[in-house]
Design a protein around this ligand. Structure first.
Ligand SMILES: [Zn+2]
Ligand SMILES: [Zn+2]
Length: 199
């Protein structure tokens, strides 16, 4: 069983500040993992499809999900749909099974009225918010029962299209920078990178 608390310190170091949304991602991620009965991804055993976006409140949620699941942008086993919704699907790649979890509307409505979010609305950076405000909210997130905040869907099949990685890179014929060959464009100037193409 995965316990969100075990990832709090690492998650905070990775995320950069103390806020309630990152630990919320730890909790939701851990619950999804336990539902599927999976361990943290060492490579690409898991995949996350997140419905969150950018520039909205509580986007920090996804850093918690990344920290606990091990699904990261470097390993490319996470993608963001930019639907600006507090939901994600966790996929067990080997067994081709998935579960979608989403924050309960009532819970999330309350979150948007929390003193932490009020401070953020006033323009206070998250790292400057008084611990008297942040700490109890983080404590609550880490201890509240699953039913209080999360809707966990049924386990569903998820078909994975397996692609092998690209290991060959050559210098772009224009800028000379190393580029993986699958993203080179054939032109009069030779095989060039997407950064040079069209400039
Ligand atoms: Zn945050
Ligand atoms: Zn180039």
């Amino acid at each position: 069983m995965i316990n969100a608390n075990d990832y709090l310190e690492m998650g905070m170091a990775f995320h950069g500040h103390k806020c309630p949304a990152m630990p919320l991602g730890l909790r939701a991620g851990a619950i999804a993992m336990n539902k599927l009965g999976v361990e943290r991804a060492q490579d690409k055993e898991l995949k996350v499809i997140s419905e969150t976006g950018k520039g909205h409140a509580a986007g920090c949620f996804l850093d918690g999900i990344m920290a606990v699941t091990g699904c990261t942008y470097g390993k490319s086993n996470i993608e963001k749909l930019y639907h600006n919704k507090m939901a994600f699907t966790l996929i067990d790649v080997k067994n081709e099974k998935s579960v979608r979890v989403t924050l309960k509307p009532e819970f999330f409505k309350n979150t948007l009225n929390s003193p932490f979010v009020q401070e953020r609305k006033k323009g206070v950076p998250p790292q400057d918010i008084d611990p008297m405000i942040a700490d109890p909210l983080v404590e609550k997130v880490l201890s509240m029962p699953e039913k209080a905040f999360l809707t966990v869907g049924e386990i569903k099949p998820f078909k994975i299209v397996k692609k092998s990685g690209v290991f060959e890179a050559v210098p772009c014929d224009d800028c000379g920078e190393m580029t993986f060959v699958d993203k080179l464009v054939k032109t009069d100037k030779g095989d060039i990178c997407l950064g040079c193409d069209g400039k």
